[in-house]
Design a protein around this ligand. Structure first.
Ligand SMILES: [Zn+2]
Length: 278
């Protein structure tokens, strides 16, 4: 069971070395290291994260946003492939077992355009993973938050089916936003997860989640919400995190859940953890 935060929470003001006890105090045991500006890390931080992993914390890593394996530009794809290899080496050196990445964008937003981009991404991933020793590192293409971005539920399943090292990162807020508010009930969320389980049963137990509430519009994601905040129209923040936790329990899913709630990851992660163990 892993409940954790994306990056160093804004409410935490101390040094990185003090973050772990701070999280532990709230019964949180996961951190998704944000490599937003590149797979780079000081030696000191490498050491701290490694120790953290050895002390029972679970580490995942979010790839830089500029990685775009589905791009129409060959140079961007080439660079993204070598970036991913650097990321895998970094992950291995500090004991990270999961690397989350965005499938990308820039393709033509038509059925053919999307299919072409996904096919290219699959080829690219299979190419660089065959050139490197993956050890126990798994790659997680993430559900995209905008309707135009790559990473619909079907596309994530497609990638995981065709790439040995790819596993699903289900960002339930992104899924909800890109489907313009689809997750309106526990049953609907459950059916989405069941679809993944049926399609890739052997990979389902390694599923990775991002969970928080989100504001969205006709093009999908607008903004992650602060934990407990309402939607702009005053309604409760969605998707419903209580439903999400209930589904995890009902489906016997071993949770690895990272909260990306705006400036309040730890509050939302603690809330979900407490609900889960209740
Ligand atoms: Zn992401």
């Amino acid at each position: 069971m892993v409940f954790g935060v994306a990056g160093v929470p804004t409410h935490y003001k101390g040094k990185l070395s003090g973050l772990f006890p701070w999280l532990k105090e709230m019964n949180l045991n996961g951190v998704e290291i944000q490599c937003t500006y590149g797979f780079k890390m000081s030696d000191e931080n490498k050491k701290l994260y490694k120790e953290m992993g050895e002390n029972g914390f679970f580490l995942s890593m979010h790839a830089p946003y500029y990685i775009n394996l589905g791009s129409l530009n060959n140079q961007v794809v080439g660079r993204s492939k070598s970036n991913m290899k650097e990321g895998i080496e970094l992950a291995k050196s500090i004991g990270v077992t999961r690397i989350i990445f965005h499938p990308g964008g820039g393709h033509e937003n038509t059925i053919e355009g999307r299919q072409h981009a996904i096919k290219q991404l699959i080829d690219a991933v299979n190419e660089f993973t065959s050139e490197i020793d993956m050890v126990d590192v798994r790659l997680y293409p993430e559900i995209g938050g905008k309707t135009a971005s790559l990473g619909s539920l079907d596309e994530i399943i497609e990638i995981c089916k065709n790439c040995k090292y790819c596993y699903p990162c289900i960002d339930i807020a992104h899924l909800h936003a890109r489907e313009i508010g689809s997750l309106t009930s526990k049953e609907i969320l459950k059916s989405k997860l069941q679809k993944i389980k049926d399609a890739i049963p052997e990979k389902f137990k390694y599923i990775h989640f991002h969970a928080y509430t989100i504001n969205y519009g006709e093009k999908g994601e607008i903004k992650h919400l602060y934990f407990g905040d309402t939607m702009p129209d005053g309604s409760a923040g969605s998707p419903n995190l209580d439903d999400f936790i209930a589904v995890l329990k009902e489906m016997n899913i071993e949770p690895w859940v990272i909260s990306e709630a705006l400036d309040s990851q730890e509050l939302s992660a603690k809330y979900m953890h407490d609900l889960y163990v209740k």
